[in-house]
Ligand binder design. Structure first.
Ligand code: CP
Ligand code: NVA
Length: 307
């Protein structure tokens, strides 16, 4: 039973929980297309805190809450007392008196843990420095739609410490799938999170391998995935990261090494000419707009199951 629980990291869930979220995501897509969405959030208010900018997450969450019959309250950091130094703990305790659940995009993952502890409400991670679970759920929904299965080798090219990559790895580790990551040695997942991913992979039989050379990682894969080289909050190390990642761009040439049926994925927003060439992201193999649309259905699934 997921009701009342929080979704901070996919590694905290059981495999069956992830399967249930995915199943309900597909149902939600059908309900939206047939205009028959069950009002499972009827009378419920959900606060959505944003400490960083957002397009997809904000619009998909707000739309999802509205479609499920609930009321979203968007709180951009600059508009609330958090920006004047009110502690996260106090914000959480106050929100608990008004709303039934919290979604939060935070600078530090620690803030999500505090929001959960001090509000006692279900808290949904809308992206932190560590992970982005809602993105990975929509990505695997897209993979299943395209291939009829999750069991296709995936290659991620770019920042090995990326928050979206951590959530992709968590999904792969829980579900026993295969992922190859091409990234420079300097950019690898934090040891604590990698330890948990390895433990889960051992249990499920998942294979997650790191390569220095993007051509080796991409060879024979059915999905080529990348994310921005410089994530939000990393502006101070932008030049260093761009230098480290300059040979990890997804180009038309690199795509030729993947399976001929391979798809290109990106969580967006994208920087054309940095992590991906325009011909790839705007080309025939790209499924980025379907991926973005699926954020709505996975958000509806998570909201209806957890809140
Ligand atoms: N992919 C994603 O989370 O996009 P936003 O930053 O626009 O929400
Ligand atoms: N890694 C990116 C993802 C944006 C959706 C960031 O954190 O900025």
């Amino acid at each position: 039973m997921l009701k009342g629980n929080s979704l901070l990291c996919l590694l905290d869930l059981e495999k069956e929980d992830i399967e249930r979220i995915m199943e309900v995501s597909f149902l939600m897509k059908n309900f939206v297309k047939t205009n028959s969405v069950p009002k499972s959030l009827d009378g419920k208010r959900v606060a959505l805190i944003f400490e960083k900018p957002s397009t997809r997450t904000r619009v998909s969450m707000e739309s999802a809450i509205y479609l499920l019959g609930g009321y979203p309250i968007v709180l951009n950091k600059s508009d609330i007392q958090l920006s004047r130094g009110e502690p996260v703990e106090d914000t959480a305790r106050v929100l608990a008196r008004f709303v039934h659940g919290i979604g939060a995009r935070v600078l530090s993952h620690e803030s999500l843990i505090k929001l959960k502890e001090y509000s006692g409400l279900p808290v949904i991670n809308l992206l932190s420095n560590l992970s982005h679970p809602l993105q990975a759920l929509a990505d695997f929904m897209t993979i299943k739609e395209k291939f009829g299965t999750y069991e296709k080798p995936i290659a991620f090219v770019g920042d090995g410490g990326d928050n979206v990559l951590v959530s992709l790895m968590a999904f792969v580790a829980k579900m026993g799938l295969e992922l190859r990551v091409a990234s420079p040695k300097e950019l690898r997942p934090k040891p604590e999170i990698w330890k948990r991913i390895e433990e889960e992979s051992e249990k499920s039989g998942a294979i997650i391998e790191f390569y220095d050379d993007p051509y080796f990682a991409v060879r024979g894969s059915f999905v080529v995935y990348t994310d921005v080289w410089v994530s939000m909050g990393e502006e101070n190390i932008a030049n260093k990261k761009k230098e480290l990642l300059k040979n990890y761009r997804v180009t038309t040439d690199l795509m030729r090494y993947a399976s001929k049926d391979a798809i290109f994925m990106h969580c967006l927003p994208a920087m054309r000419g940095e992590e991906v060439d325009a011909e790839v992201i705007d080309g025939k193999q790209s499924v980025v707009w379907d991926e973005a649309e699926n954020r709505l259905y996975t958000a509806m699934s998570v909201l209806s199951l957890f809140i």
